[in-house]
Ligand binder design. Sequence first.
Ligand code: ATP
Length: 236
Amino acid sequence: MLELRNLTVRYDKHLALDDVSLTLDKGETVVILGANGAGKTSLLKAMAGVVRADAGSQIVLDGAPITGLRADQVTNAGIALVPEGRGVVGLMTVEENLRLGANPKRARAVEAERMELVFDIFPRLKERLGQYVRTMSGGEQQMVAVGRAMMSNPDYLLLDEPSLGLAPIIVTDMFKALARITQTGVGLLIVEQNVRVSLKHADRGFLLEAGRITGSGTSAELLDDDAVRHAFLGGN
Ligand code: ATP
């Protein structure tokens, strides 16, 4: 289990995350819903070791504290981040991007089988191994980003707005691929503004407003919640 206990993140005096606590199990999908600036990216970055959490914050992986680890150490502990904007290398091929993902120690010995798993999830990538990533569509680049993260052999995958900028049909395909990933036992933490689609594919969710968790529940409960409807679904 991956646990956040009282996670607080500040940028100088600006409080971006205030005492956030949540848990994520292997094989489940949890979505964090929040508007622009709510702190969603900061949450994932703190978990991934990219930004520093305040004293008193605890990030715990299977009972062991991982707070304060560097990003590469966090990846090696089994947590992979798919950043906002994907973070793929456009001037490299699909294959080169995927192989970059297999750099952590926990992934090197299983590189060939991870590659097969990625091809199984995203058959398109196998067809396009030699293609330069910058020449691919947004949806294909997102596949490369998720595929590269899967190459690190993670137990948990953190996804920053995976649906951003993608056409609805591509978003549906992406969420189907993510469901396939959870079937392999990986836990997914997804931050999203696309409320309907993400709740449809998630088990549980949290509302993040101005850095604080203001609500939580099963996906069905949240879809039915007045505050969610007003904030995200236009009150319908
Ligand atoms: P968005 O969807 O727009 O990316 P978000 O929910 O991911 O928003 P964050 O990017 O985590 O929100 O930002 C939370 C708050 O912290 C915002 O007010 C933002 O301006 C601020 N912030 C984020 N990064 C920094 C930084 N490096 N320095 C100063 N303030 C920052």
